[in-house]
Design a protein around this ligand. Structure first.
Ligand code: SAM
Length: 232
């Protein structure tokens, strides 16, 4: 029933921990974490009433009201400091994930593990972690139903450590993902090839446009394409 994406997120969670799943929607991840004996307890946070109600219904129908609590509120505001060991945020854009973390930074005191799955803009999340004392300890990439997902796991630590590499700059590695880069996974290669192809297509169409503004945008994109092709 649960997607491979959520399973991969769940299987990273430290055993016996207290977990918050922020933007939990149907509370499928907390349900999995409790049913598999991974988490001791979960809080399912939701900012929207509809998803919060579906979370509550799911928890009720799974018979897990004593282990999972659905809370209505924005991001990490649903948490008290020290209340959880692990925070999961999945299925939203990277900029929203970074802004939730930034707005709720005080609630992250005592949190030992962040598991984040940005649908887009993963580099924004890597950069946030790097600039806020979180060490990216692992990354995963998978394809499910034709969509490629990246999962980032971070712990308090030396944020620059994963970016120490003699062949690539930290800026390059923030873009591509330092652990993904070292693993050279075929899914990563596919993701980048697809992005290159898309960029190339857009560029072809832009060459026909003739304004100065279009020209400088085209040059910028060409630079990025060259850089991406070189990374591949
Ligand atoms: N986490 C689940 C997953 O990965 O399948 C659900 C992802 S769903 C696409 C995104 C959910 O995040 C929505 O239910 C939305 O209401 C919730 N959300 C968006 N912004 C939020 C915020 N600031 N705080 C809490 N939840 C939020």
């Amino acid at each position: 029933e649960i997607s491979q994406r959520l399973q991969r997120i769940g299987d990273r969670v430290e055993h016996g921990s207290r977990v918050a799943d922020i933007g939990s929607d149907h509370a499928y991840l907390p349900t999995y974490l409790i049913q598999q004996g991974i988490a001791a307890s979960c809080i399912a946070g939701e900012v929207n009433k509809g998803p919060w109600q579906s979370a509550a219904r799911q928890i009720q129908s799974a018979g897990l009201t004593d282990r999972i609590e659905a809370r209505l509120g924005d991001g990490l505001a649903v948490l008290e400091p020290g209340e959880v060991d692990v925070v999961c945020i999945s299925g939203m854009g990277g900029s929203l994930i970074a802004s939730i973390l930034g707005a709720g930074e005080a609630k992250l005191v005592g949190v030992r593990q962040l598991i984040l799955q940005p649908n887009v803009a993963a580099p924004l999340v890597r950069r946030w972690l790097m600039e806020h004392g979180w060490q990216l300890v692992a990354e995963d990439i998978l394809e499910e139903d034709g969509i490629i997902y990246e999962i980032l796991e971070a712990r308090p630590g030396d944020p620059m450590l994963p970016y120490e590499d003699s062949t690539r700059t930290p800026a390059d590695l923030v873009e591509i993902g330092p652990h993904l880069w070292h693993k050279k996974s075929p899914v990563l290669h596919k993701k980048w090839s697809l992005e290159c192809a898309k960029l190339r297509m857009v560029l072809d169409q832009m060459t026909k446009a003739k304004s100065a503004e279009a020209e400088s945008r085209r040059e910028e994109m060409e630079k990025r394409l060259n850089w991406m092709e070189e990374m591949l």
